[in-house]
Design a protein around this ligand. Structure first.
Ligand code: NDP
Ligand code: 2IT
Length: 458
Protein backbone atom coordinates (compact mmCIF):
# COMPACT_ATOMS: atom_id res chain seq x y z
CA UNK A 1 0.00 0.00 0.00
CA UNK A 2 1.67 3.30 -1.06
CA UNK A 3 1.81 6.09 1.51
CA UNK A 4 -1.18 8.42 1.44
CA UNK A 5 0.27 11.51 3.10
CA UNK A 6 -2.10 13.08 5.59
CA UNK A 7 -0.66 16.56 5.02
CA UNK A 8 0.81 18.26 1.95
CA UNK A 9 4.60 18.34 1.59
CA UNK A 10 7.07 18.89 -1.28
CA UNK A 11 7.58 15.87 -3.58
CA UNK A 12 11.24 15.42 -2.56
CA UNK A 13 10.19 15.13 1.10
CA UNK A 14 7.47 12.64 0.31
CA UNK A 15 10.01 10.68 -1.75
CA UNK A 16 12.25 10.32 1.34
CA UNK A 17 9.31 8.88 3.29
CA UNK A 18 8.27 6.60 0.45
CA UNK A 19 11.83 5.26 0.09
CA UNK A 20 12.07 4.63 3.83
CA UNK A 21 8.82 2.71 3.73
CA UNK A 22 9.90 0.66 0.71
CA UNK A 23 13.12 -0.24 2.49
CA UNK A 24 11.15 -1.54 5.48
CA UNK A 25 8.98 -3.67 3.20
CA UNK A 26 12.03 -5.13 1.51
CA UNK A 27 14.14 -5.75 4.61
CA UNK A 28 11.36 -6.97 6.88
CA UNK A 29 8.99 -8.91 4.63
CA UNK A 30 5.99 -10.62 6.14
CA UNK A 31 5.69 -8.34 9.17
CA UNK A 32 2.25 -6.95 8.31
CA UNK A 33 1.48 -5.27 11.64
CA UNK A 34 4.91 -3.65 11.73
CA UNK A 35 4.42 -2.32 8.20
CA UNK A 36 1.03 -0.95 9.23
CA UNK A 37 2.44 0.89 12.26
CA UNK A 38 5.30 2.36 10.20
CA UNK A 39 2.95 3.36 7.39
CA UNK A 40 0.72 5.27 9.81
CA UNK A 41 3.58 7.26 11.32
CA UNK A 42 5.31 8.06 8.02
CA UNK A 43 2.06 9.38 6.53
CA UNK A 44 2.14 12.15 9.15
CA UNK A 45 5.75 13.28 8.91
CA UNK A 46 5.93 15.16 5.58
CA UNK A 47 5.57 18.70 6.92
CA UNK A 48 8.09 18.13 9.73
CA UNK A 49 10.78 16.99 7.33
CA UNK A 50 9.94 19.85 4.98
CA UNK A 51 10.19 22.42 7.78
CA UNK A 52 13.38 20.89 9.18
CA UNK A 53 15.70 19.69 6.39
CA UNK A 54 18.35 18.84 9.01
CA UNK A 55 16.28 15.85 10.08
CA UNK A 56 16.23 14.37 6.58
CA UNK A 57 19.93 15.14 6.07
CA UNK A 58 20.73 13.27 9.27
CA UNK A 59 18.64 10.32 8.03
CA UNK A 60 16.53 10.52 11.18
CA UNK A 61 13.59 8.64 9.70
CA UNK A 62 15.79 5.80 8.51
CA UNK A 63 17.49 5.61 11.90
CA UNK A 64 14.25 5.70 13.90
CA UNK A 65 12.86 2.83 11.83
CA UNK A 66 15.75 0.52 12.73
CA UNK A 67 15.60 -1.03 16.23
CA UNK A 68 18.73 -0.50 18.32
CA UNK A 69 18.70 -4.19 19.29
CA UNK A 70 16.47 -7.23 18.72
CA UNK A 71 16.75 -10.22 21.01
CA UNK A 72 15.16 -13.62 20.32
CA UNK A 73 15.63 -16.63 22.53
CA UNK A 74 14.51 -20.17 23.34
CA UNK A 75 12.20 -20.65 26.33
CA UNK A 76 12.01 -24.33 27.29
CA UNK A 77 9.63 -25.37 30.09
CA UNK A 78 7.76 -28.38 31.42
CA UNK A 79 4.00 -28.65 31.92
CA UNK A 80 2.29 -30.33 34.88
CA UNK A 81 2.39 -33.70 33.12
CA UNK A 82 6.13 -33.44 32.59
CA UNK A 83 5.83 -32.75 28.86
CA UNK A 84 8.46 -30.39 27.46
CA UNK A 85 7.47 -27.27 25.48
CA UNK A 86 9.67 -24.88 23.57
CA UNK A 87 8.45 -21.30 23.15
CA UNK A 88 10.13 -18.31 21.63
CA UNK A 89 10.99 -15.19 23.64
CA UNK A 90 11.46 -11.69 22.26
CA UNK A 91 12.69 -8.32 23.42
CA UNK A 92 13.07 -5.48 20.93
CA UNK A 93 15.04 -2.58 22.41
CA UNK A 94 13.85 -0.11 19.87
CA UNK A 95 15.01 3.36 20.85
CA UNK A 96 16.84 4.53 23.97
CA UNK A 97 17.40 8.19 23.12
CA UNK A 98 14.99 9.48 25.77
CA UNK A 99 15.69 6.99 28.56
CA UNK A 100 15.88 3.27 29.37
CA UNK A 101 13.91 1.11 26.95
CA UNK A 102 10.41 0.81 28.38
CA UNK A 103 7.44 -1.27 27.33
CA UNK A 104 5.40 -4.32 28.14
CA UNK A 105 5.69 -8.06 27.61
CA UNK A 106 2.92 -9.84 25.73
CA UNK A 107 2.24 -13.56 26.16
CA UNK A 108 -0.13 -14.68 23.40
CA UNK A 109 0.08 -17.41 20.75
CA UNK A 110 0.02 -14.79 17.96
CA UNK A 111 3.24 -13.09 19.16
CA UNK A 112 6.04 -13.03 16.59
CA UNK A 113 8.84 -10.63 15.73
CA UNK A 114 6.59 -8.42 13.55
CA UNK A 115 4.05 -8.01 16.36
CA UNK A 116 6.75 -7.12 18.89
CA UNK A 117 8.29 -4.63 16.45
CA UNK A 118 4.96 -2.92 15.76
CA UNK A 119 4.36 -2.60 19.49
CA UNK A 120 7.92 -1.42 20.14
CA UNK A 121 7.75 1.13 17.35
CA UNK A 122 4.48 2.60 18.68
CA UNK A 123 5.96 2.62 22.17
CA UNK A 124 8.81 4.97 21.14
CA UNK A 125 6.40 7.79 20.30
CA UNK A 126 3.93 7.01 23.09
CA UNK A 127 6.69 7.15 25.67
CA UNK A 128 8.05 10.36 24.15
CA UNK A 129 4.60 11.94 24.49
CA UNK A 130 4.55 11.25 28.24
CA UNK A 131 7.58 13.51 28.66
CA UNK A 132 8.86 11.24 31.45
CA UNK A 133 12.26 10.21 30.11
CA UNK A 134 11.60 6.70 28.82
CA UNK A 135 12.80 5.03 25.62
CA UNK A 136 10.76 2.51 23.63
CA UNK A 137 10.84 -1.28 23.73
CA UNK A 138 8.56 -4.30 23.77
CA UNK A 139 8.80 -8.03 24.25
CA UNK A 140 6.95 -11.21 24.89
CA UNK A 141 6.45 -14.76 23.82
CA UNK A 142 4.15 -16.99 21.80
CA UNK A 143 3.32 -18.78 25.08
CA UNK A 144 -0.44 -19.05 25.72
CA UNK A 145 -1.31 -18.70 29.42
CA UNK A 146 -4.99 -19.61 28.84
CA UNK A 147 -5.84 -22.86 30.61
CA UNK A 148 -2.39 -23.19 32.20
CA UNK A 149 -2.04 -23.79 35.93
CA UNK A 150 -0.29 -21.24 38.17
CA UNK A 151 2.64 -23.66 38.45
CA UNK A 152 2.97 -23.92 34.68
CA UNK A 153 2.85 -20.13 34.30
CA UNK A 154 5.49 -19.82 37.02
CA UNK A 155 7.82 -22.32 35.37
CA UNK A 156 7.40 -20.56 32.05
CA UNK A 157 8.10 -17.12 33.59
CA UNK A 158 11.17 -18.45 35.38
CA UNK A 159 12.58 -19.91 32.18
CA UNK A 160 11.77 -16.72 30.25
CA UNK A 161 13.49 -14.50 32.84
CA UNK A 162 16.51 -16.80 33.14
CA UNK A 163 17.46 -15.56 29.66
CA UNK A 164 15.89 -12.10 29.69
CA UNK A 165 17.70 -11.06 32.90
CA UNK A 166 20.99 -10.62 31.08
CA UNK A 167 19.43 -7.97 28.80
CA UNK A 168 17.33 -5.87 31.21
CA UNK A 169 17.84 -3.73 34.30
CA UNK A 170 16.61 -0.52 35.86
CA UNK A 171 19.04 1.63 33.86
CA UNK A 172 18.84 -0.44 30.68
CA UNK A 173 15.44 -1.87 29.85
CA UNK A 174 12.35 -1.99 32.05
CA UNK A 175 9.57 -4.41 31.01
CA UNK A 176 5.98 -4.44 32.30
CA UNK A 177 2.69 -6.17 31.45
CA UNK A 178 0.62 -6.35 28.28
CA UNK A 179 -1.79 -9.01 26.95
CA UNK A 180 -1.40 -12.17 29.02
CA UNK A 181 1.01 -10.57 31.48
CA UNK A 182 -0.53 -9.18 34.66
CA UNK A 183 0.25 -9.08 38.38
CA UNK A 184 0.78 -12.85 38.64
CA UNK A 185 3.32 -13.00 35.81
CA UNK A 186 5.15 -9.84 36.93
CA UNK A 187 5.54 -11.44 40.38
CA UNK A 188 7.10 -14.62 38.99
CA UNK A 189 9.33 -12.65 36.62
CA UNK A 190 10.56 -10.33 39.38
CA UNK A 191 11.21 -13.24 41.73
CA UNK A 192 13.37 -15.01 39.18
CA UNK A 193 15.30 -11.82 38.32
CA UNK A 194 16.12 -11.25 41.97
CA UNK A 195 17.14 -14.87 42.47
CA UNK A 196 19.43 -15.02 39.45
CA UNK A 197 21.05 -11.61 39.88
CA UNK A 198 21.00 -11.39 43.69
CA UNK A 199 19.89 -7.76 43.38
CA UNK A 200 16.91 -5.98 44.89
CA UNK A 201 16.40 -3.79 41.88
CA UNK A 202 12.81 -2.68 42.16
CA UNK A 203 12.95 -0.42 39.10
CA UNK A 204 13.74 -3.27 36.69
CA UNK A 205 10.04 -4.14 36.17
CA UNK A 206 6.84 -2.16 36.60
CA UNK A 207 3.37 -3.29 37.54
CA UNK A 208 4.76 -4.87 40.71
CA UNK A 209 2.65 -5.75 43.77
CA UNK A 210 2.05 -3.00 46.30
CA UNK A 211 4.01 -4.84 49.01
CA UNK A 212 7.20 -5.00 46.98
CA UNK A 213 7.69 -1.77 45.08
CA UNK A 214 4.55 -1.40 42.97
CA UNK A 215 2.80 1.92 42.43
CA UNK A 216 -0.71 2.76 43.49
CA UNK A 217 -2.95 3.22 40.44
CA UNK A 218 -0.70 1.32 37.99
CA UNK A 219 -3.32 -1.41 37.59
CA UNK A 220 -5.94 1.21 36.81
CA UNK A 221 -3.73 3.59 34.82
CA UNK A 222 -4.23 2.55 31.19
CA UNK A 223 -8.00 2.36 31.34
CA UNK A 224 -8.34 5.45 33.55
CA UNK A 225 -5.97 7.35 31.29
CA UNK A 226 -7.90 6.47 28.15
CA UNK A 227 -11.13 7.74 29.67
CA UNK A 228 -9.37 10.92 30.84
CA UNK A 229 -8.09 11.45 27.30
CA UNK A 230 -11.59 10.84 25.90
CA UNK A 231 -13.02 13.35 28.38
CA UNK A 232 -10.51 15.95 27.14
CA UNK A 233 -11.46 15.33 23.49
CA UNK A 234 -15.13 15.70 24.41
CA UNK A 235 -14.45 18.84 26.43
CA UNK A 236 -13.02 20.52 23.32
CA UNK A 237 -16.38 19.82 21.70
CA UNK A 238 -18.40 21.12 24.63
CA UNK A 239 -19.42 17.67 25.88
CA UNK A 240 -18.63 15.26 28.70
CA UNK A 241 -19.09 11.59 29.53
CA UNK A 242 -22.12 12.00 31.76
CA UNK A 243 -25.07 10.00 30.42
CA UNK A 244 -23.21 8.76 27.32
CA UNK A 245 -23.67 5.19 26.12
CA UNK A 246 -20.26 3.53 25.90
CA UNK A 247 -19.14 0.27 24.30
CA UNK A 248 -15.88 -1.33 25.42
CA UNK A 249 -14.21 -4.35 23.81
CA UNK A 250 -11.98 -6.76 25.70
CA UNK A 251 -12.36 -7.77 29.33
CA UNK A 252 -8.79 -7.65 30.58
CA UNK A 253 -6.82 -5.07 32.51
CA UNK A 254 -7.41 -2.16 30.15
CA UNK A 255 -11.12 -2.89 29.59
CA UNK A 256 -11.96 -3.31 33.29
CA UNK A 257 -10.44 -0.01 34.40
CA UNK A 258 -11.79 1.81 31.37
CA UNK A 259 -15.24 0.75 32.51
CA UNK A 260 -14.51 1.78 36.11
CA UNK A 261 -13.46 5.33 35.21
CA UNK A 262 -16.21 5.78 32.59
CA UNK A 263 -18.80 4.76 35.18
CA UNK A 264 -17.28 7.14 37.74
CA UNK A 265 -17.79 9.94 35.20
CA UNK A 266 -21.44 9.02 34.73
CA UNK A 267 -21.31 6.98 31.51
CA UNK A 268 -23.40 3.89 30.89
CA UNK A 269 -21.04 1.12 29.74
CA UNK A 270 -22.98 -1.75 28.19
CA UNK A 271 -20.50 -4.18 26.61
CA UNK A 272 -17.43 -6.33 27.21
CA UNK A 273 -15.89 -9.03 25.02
CA UNK A 274 -13.20 -11.66 24.69
CA UNK A 275 -12.04 -13.89 21.86
CA UNK A 276 -15.17 -16.04 22.30
CA UNK A 277 -17.77 -13.30 21.84
CA UNK A 278 -19.33 -10.30 23.51
CA UNK A 279 -21.84 -9.41 26.19
CA UNK A 280 -24.45 -6.66 26.04
CA UNK A 281 -25.75 -5.69 29.46
CA UNK A 282 -28.73 -3.36 29.15
CA UNK A 283 -28.50 -2.33 32.82
CA UNK A 284 -24.82 -1.43 32.49
CA UNK A 285 -21.84 -3.65 33.30
CA UNK A 286 -21.76 -4.80 36.95
CA UNK A 287 -18.09 -4.13 37.58
CA UNK A 288 -17.81 -6.07 40.85
CA UNK A 289 -19.16 -9.14 39.09
CA UNK A 290 -16.89 -8.64 36.07
CA UNK A 291 -13.82 -8.24 38.28
CA UNK A 292 -14.73 -11.39 40.16
CA UNK A 293 -15.22 -13.41 36.97
CA UNK A 294 -12.04 -12.14 35.31
CA UNK A 295 -9.58 -11.34 38.10
CA UNK A 296 -10.51 -13.98 40.68
CA UNK A 297 -11.94 -16.89 38.65
CA UNK A 298 -9.96 -16.17 35.42
CA UNK A 299 -13.26 -16.87 33.63
CA UNK A 300 -14.86 -15.75 30.35
CA UNK A 301 -17.37 -13.03 29.53
CA UNK A 302 -19.92 -15.80 28.85
CA UNK A 303 -19.61 -16.69 32.58
CA UNK A 304 -20.40 -13.05 33.40
CA UNK A 305 -23.58 -13.25 31.29
CA UNK A 306 -24.60 -16.52 32.98
CA UNK A 307 -24.18 -15.04 36.44
CA UNK A 308 -25.66 -11.62 35.69
CA UNK A 309 -29.20 -12.70 34.86
CA UNK A 310 -31.80 -11.23 32.52
CA UNK A 311 -30.18 -7.88 31.70
CA UNK A 312 -27.14 -9.45 29.99
CA UNK A 313 -26.93 -11.52 26.83
CA UNK A 314 -23.87 -13.27 25.42
CA UNK A 315 -23.34 -13.20 21.66
CA UNK A 316 -20.99 -15.93 20.49
CA UNK A 317 -18.48 -14.62 17.91
CA UNK A 318 -19.65 -11.33 16.40
CA UNK A 319 -18.32 -7.91 17.24
CA UNK A 320 -19.16 -5.45 19.91
CA UNK A 321 -19.22 -2.58 17.38
CA UNK A 322 -22.63 -3.74 16.15
CA UNK A 323 -24.04 -2.28 19.37
CA UNK A 324 -24.95 1.43 18.96
CA UNK A 325 -22.89 3.77 21.13
CA UNK A 326 -22.02 7.43 21.67
CA UNK A 327 -18.45 6.47 22.53
CA UNK A 328 -16.51 3.34 21.55
CA UNK A 329 -13.35 2.33 23.43
CA UNK A 330 -11.54 -0.63 21.79
CA UNK A 331 -9.49 -2.28 24.54
CA UNK A 332 -8.65 -5.80 23.33
CA UNK A 333 -6.15 -6.12 20.48
CA UNK A 334 -4.85 -4.87 17.11
CA UNK A 335 -7.14 -4.50 14.08
CA UNK A 336 -10.30 -5.38 15.99
CA UNK A 337 -12.24 -2.39 14.58
CA UNK A 338 -12.32 -2.48 10.78
CA UNK A 339 -13.85 -0.31 8.05
CA UNK A 340 -17.28 -1.94 8.15
CA UNK A 341 -17.41 -1.60 11.94
CA UNK A 342 -16.37 2.05 11.69
CA UNK A 343 -19.03 2.75 9.05
CA UNK A 344 -21.68 1.17 11.27
CA UNK A 345 -20.53 3.11 14.32
CA UNK A 346 -20.81 6.32 12.28
CA UNK A 347 -24.29 5.39 11.05
CA UNK A 348 -25.26 4.77 14.67
CA UNK A 349 -24.08 8.24 15.67
CA UNK A 350 -20.77 7.60 17.47
CA UNK A 351 -19.09 10.82 18.69
CA UNK A 352 -15.72 9.60 19.95
CA UNK A 353 -13.44 6.57 19.59
CA UNK A 354 -10.29 6.25 21.70
CA UNK A 355 -7.83 3.39 21.49
CA UNK A 356 -7.19 1.67 24.83
CA UNK A 357 -5.56 -1.17 22.91
CA UNK A 358 -2.55 -0.73 20.61
CA UNK A 359 -3.58 -0.18 16.97
CA UNK A 360 -7.08 -1.68 17.35
CA UNK A 361 -8.49 0.48 14.54
CA UNK A 362 -7.49 -0.39 10.97
CA UNK A 363 -6.19 2.51 8.82
CA UNK A 364 -9.36 2.47 6.67
CA UNK A 365 -11.50 2.62 9.81
CA UNK A 366 -9.52 5.58 11.15
CA UNK A 367 -10.16 7.49 7.93
CA UNK A 368 -13.89 6.71 7.98
CA UNK A 369 -14.16 7.96 11.56
CA UNK A 370 -12.15 11.11 10.97
CA UNK A 371 -13.97 11.97 7.75
CA UNK A 372 -17.23 11.73 9.71
CA UNK A 373 -15.77 14.18 12.26
CA UNK A 374 -15.70 11.59 15.04
CA UNK A 375 -13.13 12.56 17.71
CA UNK A 376 -10.44 9.87 17.35
CA UNK A 377 -7.77 9.27 20.00
CA UNK A 378 -4.88 7.13 18.67
CA UNK A 379 -3.42 4.58 21.07
CA UNK A 380 0.01 6.15 21.33
CA UNK A 381 -1.66 9.13 22.98
CA UNK A 382 -4.87 7.74 24.48
CA UNK A 383 -3.44 4.64 26.17
CA UNK A 384 -0.19 6.26 27.33
CA UNK A 385 -1.46 6.42 30.92
CA UNK A 386 -0.24 2.89 31.64
CA UNK A 387 3.34 3.50 30.70
CA UNK A 388 3.20 6.97 32.28
CA UNK A 389 2.34 5.49 35.67
CA UNK A 390 5.03 2.86 35.05
CA UNK A 391 7.48 5.77 34.79
CA UNK A 392 6.05 7.15 38.05
CA UNK A 393 6.60 3.70 39.59
CA UNK A 394 10.26 3.89 38.49
CA UNK A 395 10.50 7.32 40.15
CA UNK A 396 9.07 6.00 43.39
CA UNK A 397 11.47 3.02 43.27
CA UNK A 398 14.46 5.31 42.71
CA UNK A 399 13.45 7.39 45.73
CA UNK A 400 12.32 4.35 47.79
CA UNK A 401 9.02 6.15 48.14
CA UNK A 402 5.37 5.11 47.93
CA UNK A 403 2.89 7.73 46.81
CA UNK A 404 -0.82 7.63 47.67
CA UNK A 405 -3.44 6.51 45.16
CA UNK A 406 -4.87 10.01 44.93
CA UNK A 407 -1.46 11.55 44.25
CA UNK A 408 -0.71 9.11 41.43
CA UNK A 409 -4.18 9.50 39.96
CA UNK A 410 -3.83 13.29 40.01
CA UNK A 411 -0.46 13.09 38.28
CA UNK A 412 -1.96 10.71 35.71
CA UNK A 413 -4.76 13.17 35.03
CA UNK A 414 -2.28 16.02 34.56
CA UNK A 415 -0.17 13.89 32.20
CA UNK A 416 -3.18 12.82 30.10
CA UNK A 417 -4.35 16.41 29.76
CA UNK A 418 -0.86 17.45 28.77
CA UNK A 419 -0.62 14.66 26.15
CA UNK A 420 -4.02 15.68 24.81
CA UNK A 421 -3.02 19.33 24.59
CA UNK A 422 0.34 18.53 23.00
CA UNK A 423 -1.35 16.45 20.28
CA UNK A 424 -4.07 19.04 19.75
CA UNK A 425 -1.70 22.00 19.54
CA UNK A 426 0.83 20.18 17.35
CA UNK A 427 -1.88 19.23 14.85
CA UNK A 428 -3.15 22.80 14.87
CA UNK A 429 0.38 24.13 14.26
CA UNK A 430 0.68 21.93 11.19
CA UNK A 431 -2.73 22.93 9.83
CA UNK A 432 -4.58 19.77 10.87
CA UNK A 433 -6.66 20.98 13.82
CA UNK A 434 -8.53 18.17 15.54
CA UNK A 435 -6.42 15.38 13.94
CA UNK A 436 -4.92 13.64 16.97
CA UNK A 437 -3.19 11.04 14.75
CA UNK A 438 -1.06 13.70 13.09
CA UNK A 439 -0.55 15.52 16.39
CA UNK A 440 0.63 12.40 18.25
CA UNK A 441 2.92 11.20 15.48
CA UNK A 442 4.59 14.56 14.89
CA UNK A 443 4.98 15.53 18.54
CA UNK A 444 6.35 12.09 19.48
CA UNK A 445 8.70 11.95 16.51
CA UNK A 446 10.09 15.44 17.07
CA UNK A 447 11.03 14.69 20.67
CA UNK A 448 12.85 11.49 19.78
CA UNK A 449 14.47 12.99 16.69
CA UNK A 450 15.77 16.00 18.62
CA UNK A 451 17.27 13.78 21.31
CA UNK A 452 18.93 11.61 18.66
CA UNK A 453 20.31 14.64 16.84
CA UNK A 454 21.81 15.98 20.06
CA UNK A 455 23.44 12.62 20.82
CA UNK A 456 25.36 12.39 17.55
CA UNK A 457 25.30 9.59 15.01
CA UNK A 458 23.53 6.95 17.10
P1 NDP B 1 -5.29 -8.59 28.99
O1 NDP B 1 -4.54 -9.83 28.72
O2 NDP B 1 -5.55 -8.20 30.40
O3 NDP B 1 -6.70 -8.64 28.25
C1 NDP B 1 -6.76 -8.80 26.88
C2 NDP B 1 -8.22 -8.85 26.45
O4 NDP B 1 -8.29 -8.76 25.04
C3 NDP B 1 -8.90 -10.15 26.83
O5 NDP B 1 -10.26 -9.90 27.03
C4 NDP B 1 -8.67 -11.01 25.59
O6 NDP B 1 -9.62 -12.04 25.41
C5 NDP B 1 -8.82 -9.97 24.51
N1 NDP B 1 -8.03 -10.38 23.35
C6 NDP B 1 -6.68 -10.51 23.29
N2 NDP B 1 -6.29 -10.94 22.09
C7 NDP B 1 -7.41 -11.09 21.39
C8 NDP B 1 -7.67 -11.50 20.07
N3 NDP B 1 -6.67 -11.84 19.23
N4 NDP B 1 -8.97 -11.51 19.65
C9 NDP B 1 -9.98 -11.16 20.50
N5 NDP B 1 -9.79 -10.77 21.76
C10 NDP B 1 -8.53 -10.72 22.19
O7 NDP B 1 -4.50 -7.43 28.22
P2 NDP B 1 -4.56 -5.85 28.45
O8 NDP B 1 -5.91 -5.44 28.87
O9 NDP B 1 -3.40 -5.48 29.27
O10 NDP B 1 -4.26 -5.33 26.98
C11 NDP B 1 -5.31 -5.02 26.03
C12 NDP B 1 -4.76 -4.09 24.97
O11 NDP B 1 -4.30 -2.88 25.58
C13 NDP B 1 -3.58 -4.61 24.16
O12 NDP B 1 -3.66 -4.11 22.85
C14 NDP B 1 -2.38 -3.98 24.86
O13 NDP B 1 -1.26 -3.90 24.00
C15 NDP B 1 -2.95 -2.62 25.18
N6 NDP B 1 -2.29 -1.87 26.26
C16 NDP B 1 -2.11 -2.41 27.49
C17 NDP B 1 -1.51 -1.65 28.48
C18 NDP B 1 -1.36 -2.17 29.87
O14 NDP B 1 -0.90 -1.40 30.72
N7 NDP B 1 -1.73 -3.39 30.18
C19 NDP B 1 -1.03 -0.29 28.22
C20 NDP B 1 -1.35 0.21 26.91
C21 NDP B 1 -1.95 -0.57 25.97
P3 NDP B 1 -9.15 -13.60 25.56
O15 NDP B 1 -8.95 -13.81 27.02
O16 NDP B 1 -10.26 -14.37 24.98
O17 NDP B 1 -7.87 -13.73 24.78
O1 2IT C 1 1.48 -0.79 25.56
C1 2IT C 1 1.84 -0.29 26.65
O2 2IT C 1 2.04 0.91 26.78
C2 2IT C 1 2.02 -1.21 27.79
N1 2IT C 1 1.75 -2.40 27.67
C3 2IT C 1 2.52 -0.68 29.11
C4 2IT C 1 4.01 -0.53 29.08
C5 2IT C 1 4.67 -0.22 30.40
O3 2IT C 1 5.90 -0.25 30.41
O4 2IT C 1 4.00 0.07 31.39
Amino acid sequence: MPLAPRLPAPPETLAVLEESYERVLQRDPGEAEFHQAVHEVLESLGPVLAARPGLAAAKLVERVLEPERQIMFRVPWQDDDGEIHVNRGFRVEYNGALGPYKGGLRFHPTVNLGIVKFLGFEQIFKNALTGLGIGGGKGGSDFDPHGRSDEEVMRFCQSFMTELQRHVGEHTDVPAGDIGVGAREIGYLFGQYRRVTNRWEAGMLTGKGMLWGGSACRTEATGYGNVMFTAEMLRRRGEDLDGQQVTVSGSGNVAIYTIEKAQQLGANVITVSDSGGYVVDEKGIDLDLLKHVKEVDRGRVSDYADLRGASARFVSGGRVWDVPADIALPSATQNELDASAAALLVRNGVKAVAEGANMPTTPEAVRILQEADVAFGPGKAANAGGVAVSALEMRQNAARAAWSFSRVEEELSTIMTSIHDTCYETAERYGAAGDYVVGANIAGFERVADAMLAQGLI
